[in-house]
Ligand binder design. Structure first.
Ligand SMILES: O=C(O)CCC(=O)C(=O)O
Length: 302
């Protein structure tokens, strides 16, 4: 038993090391091809590198598709359930059919400016993993992504969260521990999820960053490099969209949502009007005649 566990650990660490060397090689090959950034976009990338996150708003970003995104979100929100369907349900995800009817939301995440930010931050060609449009219920369940964690999928990840309603301290804000605390946090025993008490032993709660904000708040963050969680909403629910990006050869992806949440056929429908660059981001695992087979992790519960 002990020997098997030891062998599995060595195999895991060897595979991670190989993936890390491959990532470094791909970065060195791509560095000269990175798109130029405007000053504000460079500022976002720098903040992601230093702090692990950057908070702004749709208004400040002023992206061409903002209005279309907002109209599409407004068409979906009234049809979301008012209450959880079963006692333990803490989050509801809008299904792919509704997202295809309102395809502007998927397309918002593929705007050139966002792909430029993602490509510069990841330093390699981008995989666009789609989005989760979700409602987090105020039902006091402190489970899964409401506990502190780091996402394991790739060496660098980018998520962009948009709040669709006002989110105060009791409405389930996204929270993270700024990156410079990582050295202190490296002392805690490695596992997937941590309680408030376990994190508070190492980093005082006054240092936790709580992203409260009005509807239209946008948060760029790297969930691989910062501990983060959705704080349990106590008084009101939270409506939000999370867009996801990583490299085209991630370490591993969750088996239940590696197309997040679309099938390949649905992605084909959504991609009809896309540019070649955008298509490559969507069908990231295809590379000419070669295709990358992502390693799959067990299903998540969210
Ligand atoms: O719900 C939240 O605010 C946290 C989401 C999260 O953990 C993630 O997207 O990795």
């Amino acid at each position: 038993m002990m020997i098997n566990r030891g062998l599995r650990k060595v195999a895991r660490e060897t595979s991670l090391l190989k993936s890390s060397l491959s990532y470094k090689w791909r970065v060195s090959q791509h560095i000269k091809k990175l798109p130029a950034l405007s000053q504000i976009n460079q500022y976002i990338v720098d903040a992601l590198r230093q702090e692990g996150a950057f908070i702004t708003s749709l208004e400040a970003l002023s992206l061409p598709m903002n209005e279309k995104l907002w109209d599409a979100a407004k068409a979906i929100l009234p049809n979301n359930p008012k209450a959880p369907a079963f006692e333990e349900q803490y989050v509801y995800h809008v299904n792919s059919a509704k997202l295809i009817e309102n395809s502007e939301i998927f397309l918002w995440g593929l705007q050139e400016q966002l792909l430029d930010i993602a490509e510069n931050y990841l330093s390699v060609p981008v995989a666009y993993r789609g989005l989760f449009f979700q409602k987090d219920f105020a039902n006091k369940q402190q489970v899964y992504t409401r506990l502190w964690h780091k996402d394991p999928e790739d060496h660098r990840l980018l998520k962009i969260a948009i709040y669709l309603n006002d989110v105060n301290a009791e409405g389930g804000p996204f929270e993270y521990i700024p990156k410079h605390f990582n050295s202190k946090l490296s002392s805690i025993k490695r596992k997937l999820l941590y309680s408030d008490a376990e994190i508070a032993e190492v980093v005082e709660p006054s240092n936790w960053a709580s992203c409260t904000g009005l509807a239209g708040t946008v948060i760029f963050f790297d969930p691989h490099h910062v501990f983060h969680r959705g704080k349990v909403p106590i008084k009101s629910h939270r409506d939000a969209i999370f867009f996801n990006y990583h490299s085209r050869q991630p370490i591993k992806v969750f088996s239940d949502h590696w197309n997040a949440p679309f099938s390949t056929d649905e992605l084909l429908v959504l991609s009809k009007t896309l540019s070649p660059r955008q298509k490559e981001c969507v069908f990231w695992w295809e590379n000419g005649s070669e295709s990358f087979q992502p390693k799959l992790m067990l299903e998540t519960k969210n």
